[in-house]
Design a protein around this ligand. Sequence first.
Ligand SMILES: [Zn+2]
Length: 370
Amino acid sequence: MRVKPKFDKKSQTDFYQVLRTRVHAYFDSNQISPYANSAFYVKVGTGFLLWLLTYVLILLSKPSPEIAFVLIMLHVLLGLFLAFNLAHDANHHAVSASARVNRIFSYMFDLLGVNSYLWRLEHSTHHTFANVPEVDNSIADYAIIRFSWHAQRKPWHQFQALYVPLLYGFSTLNFIFVRDYVFFFTNYKYSPLLGKKTPVDEAIKMVIWKMLFYFFAFVLPLYFLPIPLWQGILMYFFAYFLQGMIMGFVFQCGHLLPETHYPLSNEDGKVREDWASCILRTSFEYGRKQKWLQWLSGGLNIHASHHLFPRVCHVHYPQLAEIIAETAKEFDLPYQRVENLQQAVGAHLKFLWILGHQDKSSNSLEGVLT
Ligand SMILES: [Zn+2]
């Protein structure tokens, strides 16, 4: 089992304390709940109905190949929309004050073919230890990709800016067909269950959900669609490939840009930094003015707000971001912003290129704080 480091309390400043007080004061003085509001339910409800509608049309409308392709694309991308906007928030207990409501909505992940139990385990580690080498799976050393200065650079990494986006295309297919099984049933070094007893009930639930998903998501539509099987499989592959690519960029642009930081733990197993300031140094906000991006991505583009307040529903992130940026300035901490999505994608690709061509960071701060 990988040992999780601790954040050194001695280096803790008042930053997070002050920030929390201000954020609570914002909700109290405006008499707003930090959970979902009516705009959230209208958005997510509409998305869910459209997701169901596209599914029914795939099954029953006997579409032409062109229309079938459009319906499959829409259905799979609406699935991603629900993962970003509903499943992510629900698995963070951010939709409602009621644990039961969050629990019910958290199964949206399972409806999309991803095991919610494992997702919560892995994602909570990422939230606490964002960009901490050997702990955060988002920057895991898979040899084929170099996501941090602390992974060994290999000759093929100089081309990674070209092939990593293509690998992102397989990310959701990996969740659906490979990863959950490997995490549950093998001693894979990146499994959040490594060194722990596999919970049999969760493993059984996972297999049942997966079988139901494969049947409803692939077997039934491919049976009913009046197109050759190979065409149907290709259409689904293309739709999931695009879904995976979008997911990869949306998440990685939140942490892996050239200015990012990798908090290291020292020999006594402690990260000599305050947790909240680590989050500010490792997280980015991009495309704040692109309201459509915030709406579609469930606020994942306002990433520091999400990491610092994961139990607040994403509809409140823009207001939180202002409070965080102001407080960070007072404490002489960075609030890292990128103008728009295009620039964030470009910066992420540039960073992949730099990691593929340089052994060490040229950022003078990198390593000093560890
Ligand atoms: Zn999260």
